[in-house]
Design a protein around this ligand. Structure first.
Ligand code: IMP
Length: 503
């Protein structure tokens, strides 16, 4: 373990400020995006939190309550779903038009997180174009997931698919309707009429359109949210062009879950990549100055859909998590398990499923939104190269380096073989990911616990070598390395000019 005191000496404002500085790196990008690489839960919340210190406005542009972003600011733990993570630092928060909005959830989230703030509660601005959740969307999602049977997407149950789907079909409520009860009643009644044949087949109680409208109107008024519903595209445009404000875009989910780029149909229903920012905010595409692509060393997946580097299986990992809740709480059971299992994982007898369980416990891979166990995969350069092609980041963020401390060998996926042929870097098949065979290399690990390391020279030589090799495999600079869950557990590295963004 790196001494907290020596780490602290080098840290100002949450990040390692020993030269070279993260602050001067970030200062070059007036409008920066943070997007995910794999299948979500890569630690974007923490990175947005660190970056948001240097920005005025933090914007969510897609997804909805399905997201789960944790921010740990030493004394308080914030768990955000709809609120941008910049809320924790009191930054102006914008839910742009691409966000699928459950009003009830947003109101509850603001109420839950405001008392934890050590600053004045920030403004939360909502776009008038945001599609608005109704119980009809949720009933319909449960209905189609049941119909899908073994092909169920395994959604978070937050009705993202129906919300986005009906919106694309030009049906449903948008935030602007909340200003006009008559219009609201019309669109809610129409949605109810469209779904009535499905509702007739359900045992669940279906609320009347009038009760849905009453609840929305009462909530919008009593919470004061009605006043915050504006044209956020115009607001952002003005703040950028006239007010010289710096804007941070917070991606939700990740490239593997993006409705276009991801492992369709096992994706979410909105765009999670940098490409989704223009459509989700109505800022012109050229407004973005750069993207940070966040990955964690051991990617994880929940719900349905393939992950070529998976160590165990979704079902087995969930059974393990359900059977051993004590391993996720601090205490002797956890400590003993981690010690024994690490020793075992360093023998030839260990199975990949056992390593998967170890990583899941060590990194506490349990969903913030759903409480589901996340199934870990091996470090995967092949998928990361695809995500780099799609997002063209100015740099990558590698989280979870601390998780692998103690493993003598780390198996890394360096490519994908499909139908007997190794795929070119940056290429993945759209439908048949289950039949992709990972190309695996064994790389040396390190013994030392690196939790809390805040500079490269606090890392053992093998960890430094591992990062250099991983970076070469990515073909893009790793500029931040996460070494723990706290704000300050991060190392900044200067980007290498030869590994620059292309566009
Ligand atoms: P939906 O977004 O709830 O429709 O779920 C579609 C798929 O995306 C499911 O496999 C979910 O588990 C997954 N998913 C959605 N949001 C997240 C997230 O924030 N982290 C990880 N997986 C997610």
């Amino acid at each position: 373990m790196v001494s907290r005191e020596s780490a602290k000496r080098q840290i100002i404002g949450g990040v390692n400020m020993s030269a070279p500085s993260f602050e001067s790196f970030v200062a070059q990008y007036l409008r920066l995006a943070v997007c995910g690489t794999y299948w979500g839960d890569e630690g974007k919340g923490k990175i947005v939190d660190i970056c948001s210190e240097y920005f005025d406005i933090v914007v969510r542009f897609s997804g909805g309550e399905n997201a789960g972003h944790s921010v740990n600011d030493e004394s308080k733990n914030f768990a955000f779903h709809l609120l941008p993570s910049g809320f924790a630092r009191g930054k102006t928060c914008v839910l742009a038009g691409g966000v699928l909005l459950k009003l009830q959830a947003l109101v509850a989230e603001i109420a839950e997180n405001t008392p934890k703030l050590s600053c004045t509660a920030p403004d939360v601005l909502i776009d008038e174009r945001c599609p608005i959740w109704t119980p009809y969307h949720a009933l319909f999602e449960a209905y189609i997931e049941r119909l899908r049977g073994k092909d169920a997407i395994g959604t978070t149950g937050r009705a993202m698919g129906p919300l986005q789907g009906f919106h694309s079909m030009r049906e449903g409520v948008i935030a602007a309707h909340l200003r006009d009860r008559r219009q609201l009643m019309r669109v809610v009644t129409q949605l109810h009429a469209i779904l009535k044949p499905c509702f007739d087949k359900m045992v669940d109680e279906v609320p009347t359109p009038a009760s849905v409208v009453d609840e929305l109107v009462a909530l919008a008024q009593s919470s004061g949210i009605l006043k915050s519903i504006i044209d956020t595209g115009a607001y952002l445009f003005d703040e950028i062009t006239k007010g010289s404000k710096r804007v941070l875009f917070e991606g939700s989910q990740a490239t593997g879950l993006d409705v276009n780029a991801g492992t369709w149909p096992f994706t979410t229903s909105t765009s999670s990549t940098a490409g989704g920012i223009a459509a989700g905010t109505l800022l012109p595409p050229g407004a973005l100055s750069g993207t940070l692509l966040v990955m964690k060393l051991f990617p994880t997946r929940v719900g349905g859909g393939s992950m070529p580097s998976e160590l165990s299986s979704r079902e087995a990992i969930q059974r393990f998590a359900d059977a051993n809740p004590e391993l996720f709480e601090n205490g002797s059971a956890r400590a003993e398990f981690l010690e024994d299992r690490l020793r075992h994982c360093n023998t030839d007898d260990a199975t990949s499923a056992e390593l998967g369980e170890y990583i899941m416990v060590k990194a506490r891979e349990i969903g913030v939104s759903t409480g589901r166990g996340r199934s870990p995969g091996r470090p995967d350069l092949a998928w990361a190269r695809y995500a780099i092609r799609v997002n063209d980041p100015i740099g990558c963020v590698l989280n979870g380096l601390d998780v692998v401390s103690g493993l003598e060998i780390i198996e890394v996926v360096t490519g994908y073989r499909y139908r007997g042929v190794e795929l070119a870097p940056g290429i993945v098949p759209v439908l048949d990911l289950a039949n992709v065979e990972p190309v695996i290399e064994q790389w040396p690990g390190w013994k030392e616990d690196i939790t809390g390391a805040a500079s490269m020279n606090q890392l053992p030589q093998n960890a430094r070598r591992f990062i250099e090799r991983f970076e070469e495999g990515l073909g893009r600079s790793i500029i931040l390395i996460g070494t723990g869950t706290k704000r300050r557990d991060v190392i900044f590295r200067e980007p290498k000019a030869r590994l620059n963004a292309i566009f």
